[in-house]
Design a protein around this ligand. Structure first.
Ligand code: NIG
Ligand code: FE
Length: 416
């Protein structure tokens, strides 16, 4: 047997390694998951170089050894939907919602997103970065190693560029992979009587310039009542695709106005929210190979009773991802919590939730060939958990179950 191969980190004595090789998965079960007992992983130059039996890996590779002590090991978590960059908070609106004022009413009176726009426009890059870094560190310490980050709280070119610049800085400062998204969130209140003019400005001035400056990989639009109409959303997404961005959408969250049907006409990587989606649209998403990204903590923050049609999505063999939708209306940045909550809010099994937050979330961001699995040549984003097997996900919740996080091949968090 070969001995003395060089590694930076060698993880051995893994009780249960869980990953998904045949991903992205439309139907998740133990049959298509890779569940290995007594496993080991070798890491070099930020990549996974070998996965195998603990004793083999330990004897073949030289490097800094980590004893996983028979615990669960999974890929790092991928959060495919965050509004991480913003300023201010809206805790008083939480109380309003509990008293029965709806999210739409708060938005229509100039609160909600509009309030955050005012605060975010006034904040400078340093203010924003300071907040973003502290939340991102918290995410990393709970197992998140890749995040999608949306703009959408400035609504004008330089403000949106400022937000996306902060997202890029974050990737330079922490061992996180960041996928930046330009979000057409809401038409500014001053354009209330002339939304067309704003759509023109967004498509002719903001999109091409953000794409030219290489500040975003995705275009996204909040297609809903009180935000952008079906037709305007289509115009915005098409302009993004023309500018070379990939596309995703906030669809069918507040009211069904047909937004998820856009998947028939446009190349969408991901349709997010879907609380009000009619069951039959599940098939349309599956046929196009797009991902349904569900946001359980957002459902809670909205005090929403409707649920996305999970059973229909499963039956149609739609790829399901989950995300945090961290934003000032939903201040829960942890993808670990999203996994834990998913069985209760969405009825996902722990294994489905894990696939939804790893390989399927990677698919929704078009990066499932490099992150989201423990596989040779993949980025070395790995979690060593305190629990011994995946069945404890969701079964126990409300505290950090992560012992160690390896991100881009280095130890990013360790409980000791
Ligand atoms: O995804 N739905 C639209 N946008 C966000 C909420 C943003 C906010 O309220 O600030 C979401 O839930
Ligand atoms: Fe969102």
């Amino acid at each position: 047997m070969l001995r003395g191969l060089k590694a930076d980190i060698v993880i051995y004595n893994i009780g249960q390694l869980v990953t998904f090789m045949e991903g992205p998965l439309a139907r998740v079960s133990e049959d298509n998951a890779v569940i290995v007992r007594d496993a080991g992983v070798a890491i070099r130059d930020g990549k996974i170089v070998a996965v195998g039996r603990s004793s083999d890996i330990k004897s073949r590779f030289e490097g800094s050894k980590i004893n996983a002590d028979k615990r669960l090991v999974t890929p790092g978590l991928i959060d495919p939907h965050t509004h991480l960059v913003f300023y201010g908070s809206r805790e008083d609106e939480f109380e309003d919602k509990l008293r029965g004022v709806s999210y739409s009413e708060i938005l229509a009176r100039g609160g909600g997103i509009y309030r955050t726009v005012t605060a975010t426009r006034e904040a400078n890059v340093n203010d924003l970065l300071k907040r973003v870094l502290s939340v991102a560190r918290l995410m990393l310490s709970h197992g998140t190693t890749t995040i999608e980050v949306k703009s959408g709280y400035a609504l004008d070119l330089e403000g949106e560029a400022k937000m996306l610049y902060v997202a890029r800085k974050l990737e330079e400062l922490l061992p996180l992979k960041v996928i930046p998204t330009l979000l057409a969130h809401v038409p500014p209140l001053v354009y209330k009587e002339n939304i067309q003019e704003y759509v023109n400005y967004f498509t002719n001035a903001i999109i091409p310039e953000i794409a030219n400056r290489n500040l975003a990989l995705y275009i996204d639009v909040f297609c809903d009542k009180g935000a952008f109409s079906l037709n305007d959303s289509k115009i915005i997404l098409e302009a993004g695709l023309r500018a070379g961005l990939r596309a995703r959408i906030h669809a069918d969250q507040i009211e069904y106005i047909g937004c998820s049907k856009l998947v028939e006409k446009l190349n969408l990587d991901s349709l997010d929210h879907l609380e009000k989606m009619p069951e039959e649209n599940s098939r349309l998403i599956a046929e196009r190979g797009a991902v349904a990204t569900l946001l359980p903590t957002s459902i809670m923050s909205m005090l929403e009773q409707s649920r996305p049609p999970v059973r229909a999505l499963r039956e149609a063999k739609t790829i399901i991802a989950i995300g945090s939708d961290y934003n000032p209306n939903n201040m829960t940045p942890l993808q670990q919590t999203v996994i834990d909550i998913s069985p209760y809010i969405l009825g996902l099994t722990p294994l489905e939730a894990l696939a939804a937050a790893t390989i399927n979330a990677a698919k929704s961001l078009n990066i499932s060939h490099e992150v989201g699995a423990i596989k040779e040549n993949y980025t070395a984003d790995i979690i060593i958990w305190e629990i011994e097997n995946y069945k404890w996900l969701g079964y126990t919740w409300g505290y950090n179950k992560v012992l160690k996080v390896i991100a881009k091949g280095r130890i990013a968090y360790s409980r000791e």
